[in-house]
Design a protein around this ligand. Sequence first.
Ligand SMILES: Nc1ncnc2c1ncn2[C@@H]1O[C@H](COP(=O)(O)OP(=O)(O)O)[C@@H](O)[C@H]1O
Ligand SMILES: CC(=O)N[C@@H](CCC(=O)OP(=O)(O)O)C(=O)O
Length: 294
Amino acid sequence: MTNQIIEKAKVLSEALPYIQAFKDKIVVIKYGGSAMLNPEINNTIVQDMVILKSVGLKPVIVHGGGPEINQTLADMNIESSFVEGLRVTTKETVDVVEMVLAGKVNKRIVSMIHLQGGSAVGLSGKDGMIIESTKMIKKDIDLGYVGEIVNINTKLINTLIEGDFIPVISPIGTDHEGNTYNINADYAAVAIAGALKAEKLVFLTDVEGVLKDKEDPSTLISYLSKSEANKYLEDGTIAGGMIPKVTCCLEAMEKGVKMVHILDGRVEHSLILEIYTHEGIGTMLYDEGEGVGC
Ligand SMILES: Nc1ncnc2c1ncn2[C@@H]1O[C@H](COP(=O)(O)OP(=O)(O)O)[C@@H](O)[C@H]1O
Ligand SMILES: CC(=O)N[C@@H](CCC(=O)OP(=O)(O)O)C(=O)O
């Protein structure tokens, strides 16, 4: 019994250097829709966010909700398709996307944070024109109301951070004509992390991290350098939905975000394990010029 209690104390003391290193630092957490599918794990994810805030970090949540958008569109008999991981978005679809993301998913996360004793404010990228966007132009196809981010206005986010709230942001963009744009949540998270000069950007997804063989979890790459990531993108080791995610991670480092992680959101307390233990979990991307951070 005594040993068990000592072990618990050791866990806390192991966290001390990390708590000190990250005090007052901004961490942007991209909470993907595929990591939201298990209600019990959701509680531990949200609890971790509140713990991070309580020990002095400044978490900013950018969420997705792709599977819930799919379900709502299907319930409404609206067809939907993807091109290179982006949803082709008609006027009718963008209304549903806004309803699901800025309404249902955003407010659910806010309520869950409150249930864990935290204090959150839910925003869409339209509020304070956080995600200023324009229509995304692709050579071969019209994606409709899919937005490309032209600017992130950080004033409202910083006001909330200063007021001790956890900002929870849905990836809905807007322009000066009042149009609504559907933004991929990975892109929104990177742009927001870059604009806030976040210390860390964490993607919560539904795989262990970047794998050398995507069918074999034992091939997890714990540390992935920029040049290795580019090599794996070129040779096809990194494929499918991992392509935009890793590309986003590289972009985040270009924008000055020091540490970028891809974590398995299906693992209980993955955020705490990554940020506050020596071992960490998932894949950490790093710039070989800068060395590996904590
Ligand atoms: N090398 C790789 N390592 C890990 N996952 C990979 C790799 N290549 C392709 N993938 C695929 O990428 C998926 C993660 O991307 P995605 O489903 O878009 O995540 P999210 O919904 O969280 O944005 C994994 O489920 C996996 O099928
Ligand atoms: C343009 C585009 O594809 N937008 C995404 C926005 C939600 C999202 O990105 O959610 P996940 O993070 O759960 O995938 C969509 O419509 O599904």
